[in-house]
Design a protein around this ligand. Structure first.
Ligand code: 26Y
Length: 822
């Protein structure tokens, strides 16, 4: 058994100590008496890596020898966070490392803080990719994650007078101990240039792409350690460099400056992660980023395939499946066609058959502004040959599929065409992804239904079996075991120790939900976690909060559709009630936010500012008597999430129905015993099904009601005029009450909700939201009742492990088999 083998070869604390000191000397070039915390951390990483690399070698050998089918996860984003404690937990070495370090005079938590977050992603989509590769390794599934080795991940956020400012993130300024450079596997890729049509000796037409620029891709491998001595997979991230050979001529002919400009441009490709997760800006550099990593990754896959299969392409679809994490890597589809047709001289039909067996596409959004499309003009400039290929894919699709089902129907053709015609024609990446994939999935039941009914209904008519659902999940190793050790030990005691890989085991906890001892223990743990978070809040914001208040948490990117401003309006209404009635009876609550706004998203930044300003006022107002505190945590990221989630009593999941594809923070919070205040949107619906109506506070319009309201004509002014509380709080925002001497500073929120038409129906859901919050207040007054609900949340959300999501992908999409590594 791999588990036994792994545990037998586990280093003891004593051995770890020796290794750490050896690395302090031999890898860090320092000594015990003068090493910094950073050096101790690095030496410990190096000691851990001895175990990691063992697993990596065995896993890669097993995959090679067994010539396994593998999934290749293509994603522009991986939001990994820190790897130190995650790797230690997954290797089962945390306790030994803690002991070793403490005997060496170091607190493990202190060393953990030496690590920068690996924040190569924006939010949900990037963190999902990270959870998935954890599950893939844990489940011994042959898999490799492909992405970009950004020099700068998501920007760091600070507040200056309440406003968000951005600073660059430099996660590997001094190198990163987890990554391994693989110069033996570099790839070269081309961009720009033109296409020539030539005829070969048989008179066959051939297209030859004469590239304008060649760029080198250097792979960095991050080992992905499965839980309990299972596989160690890799995340392979490409860094762009100037290609040595290409710029040599320019250099020699005296063009030193030109050559270094081209070098700088080449290196710009992997410089920085785009911080938008809502509006597609259609930027040239972003297209090049997408193509760069897709082309490098495909060539890497093909190199590996050829090692065992030579030029015989017939087994390629049996060996390779590529999962497209949204449309961001969809350019891989025409790139594989180009490689097969132009490079491997394959007939179009044969090549297309291969493509359509290899790619699968996950959709993560229905928001029209987030659906990617590239202007044909830009595409032609950057990837002239790929544009031709897309035209040919489209021509055949319209002729052989669309016109067969709807003969002569030009309206259908216009709707389904991969090219959106018009003054400025566009390539629709969603259409390309559906046409080029054998399977398309949404990320929660309701979302997958909407993908089919609202986004691609005609595609469903063409290929009904192509569409499926895979509800998202989160890894319980990071999001319970590692981040909430107190609750984890309690669970070990009550339901046994297998829950990290079999989360449905948590259901056994339901038997204890009425047990007063268990309730007390559960609440005591929550209280300790809240006290820990209170310290962090004090350090980061200076605000003192009382751990016996309700900790009400909304953590996610800042978006109008996620409605942080609905939360704010509710806070304002409570505050106003307190001012009007000094004895207003409410359970004290700390409203805690964490959110980054895209740097160019004006209103999102205004909402952050408003929350900060309202918070300042309320937190200092003696009349409030600490019934309300408002805290905006700066620089929300994975590492902060790990401290906030275990301390949450209430989880805010309040998006407009139909807008949040799934949500995954909702799952993490419920797993840690928070009660959801939520709309019937995304995975909230499935969480409600699992935990039952007594254990969740649902409010607001449903997807159908939202549609109906819009159809009959929604006018937010009606709510403003009919509900005096709404009117009062919106008008309040226009005064200088929260921004002394500067009236109107917070007015943009009111304007968007009135003149702006309230596109996300904040006012329509306001009353219902208030009622849901009132319910929470009532529930919390009964501590035993609350404990029961919290316990039931932890007990009932076993479905939302990413292991289950991955098993669904295996069954519905990938058709993969696990590979025992030893
Ligand atoms: C096109 C570009 C601007 C862009 C870049 C990133 C567009 C979207 C994104 C990221 C989207 C994202 O994170 N979506 C989230 O995916 C999660 C995982 O499936 C869902 O849980 C969540 O509801 C969805 O908003």
């Amino acid at each position: 058994k791999s588990l036994v083998a792994a545990i037998e070869s586990q280093p003891t604390a004593e051995q770890l100590k020796e290794r750490i000191i050896r690395h302090l000397h031999a890898s860090l070039g320092t000594d015990v008496n003068k090493a910094s915390a950073q050096a101790w951390w690095r030496a410990t990483c190096a000691a851990v890596n001895e175990v990691v690399y063992d697993g990596l070698r065995t896993t890669q050998r097993a995959h090679y020898e067994q010539d396994t089918r593998a999934v290749h996860y293509f994603s522009l984003e991986y939001l990994m966070g820190r790897l130190f404690s995650n790797n230690l937990h997954n290797l089962g070495l945390y306790a030994q490392a803690k002991q070793a370090l403490s005997e060496l005079g170091h607190d493990i938590a202190e060393l953990e803080d030496q690590e920068e977050d690996m924040a190569l992603g924006n939010g949900g989509l990037g963190r999902l990719a990270a959870c998935f590769i954890d599950s893939l390794a844990t489940m011994n599934l042959p898999a490799i994650g492909y992405g970009i080795h950004y020099e700068h991940g998501l920007f760091q956020q600070a507040f200056q007078n309440g406003r968000q400012i951005e600073r660059p993130d430099s996660w590997r300024e001094y190198g990163n101990p987890w990554e391994i450079c693989r110069p033996e596997s570099v790839q070269e890729i081309s961009v720009y240039g033109y296409v020539e049509t030539v005829y070969d000796l048989q008179g066959q037409m051939k297209k030859v792409w004469h590239p304008g620029r060649i760029i080198k891709g250097v792979p960095w491998d991050i080992p992905v350690v499965g839980y309990q001595g299972s596989s160690v997979n890799v995340l392979r991230l490409w860094e762009s460099r100037a290609s040595d050979f290409f710029n040599w001529d320019v250099f020699n002919s005296g063009g030193y400056v030109d050559a270094s400009r081209e070098n700088i441009e080449a290196e710009t490709i992997s410089k920085v992660l785009y911080p938008n997760d809502d509006t597609d800006a259609g930027k040239e550099l972003r297209l090049i980023q997408q193509y760069f990593f897709c082309s490098c990754s495909l060539k890497d896959i093909i190199r590996r395939y050829k090692r065992s299969h030579g030029d015989d392409w017939s087994q390629f679809p049996a060996q390779v499946v590529i999962q497209l994490n949204d449309t961001h890597p969809a350019v891989a589809i025409p790139e594989l066609m180009r490689i097969l047709v132009d490079r491997a001289d394959m007939q179009w039909d044969e090549a297309w058959a291969i493509c359509q067996q290899v790619f699968a596409y996950t959709n993560h959004t229905l928001l029209p502004e987030a659906l990617e499309s590239w202007s044909v003009r830009l595409f032609e400039k950057v990837l002239p040959r790929h544009l031709e290929i897309i035209y040919e894919i489209n021509r055949r699709f319209l002729l052989e599929q669309v016109d067969v089902l709807w003969p002569g129907d030009n309206d259908k053709k216009r709707k389904l065409s991969i090219i959106e015609e018009g003054h400025n024609p566009m390539v629709r990446m969603g259409h390309l992804s559906v046409v080029g994939s054998f399977r398309v999935n949404g990320v929660a039941e309701v979302h997958s239904k909407l993908v089919q009914s609202d986004l691609f209904p005609e595609m469903v008519a063409l290929w009904p079996d192509k569409f499926t659902n895979v509800t998202n999940g989160v890894t319980p190793r990071r999001w319970l075991k590692a981040c909430n050790p107190r609750l984890s030990s309690m669970l070990d005691r009550l339901v046994g120790t297998t829950w990290p890989t079999n989360l449905k085991e948590l259901a056994k906890l339901a038997d204890f939900a009425d047990d007063a001892r268990v309730q007390d223990d559960f609440m005591a743990i929550k209280q300790q976690n809240k006290a820990d978070l209170a310290k962090v809040i004090k350090e980061l914001t200076g605000i003192a909060v009382d751990p016996s208040a309700i900790f009400d948490i909304q953590i996610k990117r800042l978006h109008e559709y996620k409605r942080q401003h609905l939360n704010l309006l509710h806070i304002l209404a409570l505050y106003r009630r307190i001012l009007q009635n000094p004895d207003y009876d409410m359970v004290p609550r700390v409203f805690i936010f964490g959110a980054k706004a895209a740097p160019g998203y004006k209103l999102a930044k205004e909402i952050i500012y408003a929350i900060n300003k309202v918070g300042e006022k309320i937190n200092h107002d003696k009349r409030v008597k600490d019934r309300i505190k408002v805290v905006f945590m700066p620089n929300y990221r994975v590492t902060l999430a790990e401290k906030m989630i275990p301390a949450a009593d209430v989880s805010e999941q309040i998006s407009t129905a139909g807008k949040e594809a799934s949500g995954t923070g909702n799952m993490k919070l419920a797993l840690n015993g928070a009660i959801t205040v939520g709309t019937l949107d995304g995975a909230n619906i499935e969480i409600a099904e699992e935990v039952g109506d007594d254990n969740i506070s649902i409010f607001g319009l449903t997807v159908d009601e939202v549609k109906a309201l819009r159809a009959e004509g929604y006018d937010s002014h009606d709510y403003y005029h009919q509900n005096p509380e709404i009117k009062a709080v919106l008008d309040w925002l226009e005064t200088d009450y929260f921004t002394p001497g500067k009236p109107g500073e917070l007015a943009s929120i009111k304007h968007s909700l009135l003149e702006g038409g309230d596109p996300y129906l904040v006012l329509a859901d306001f009353e219902s939201y208030q009622a849901a919050q009132q319910k929470i207040d009532g529930w919390y007054r009964d501590q035993a009742g609350w404990a029961k609900k919290a316990i039931m949340n932890t007990a009932c959300v076993g479905k939302f492990t990413s292991d289950r999501s991955i098993q669904d992908y295996v069954d519905r999409v990938w058709q993969l088999k696990p590979c025992q590594v030893k």
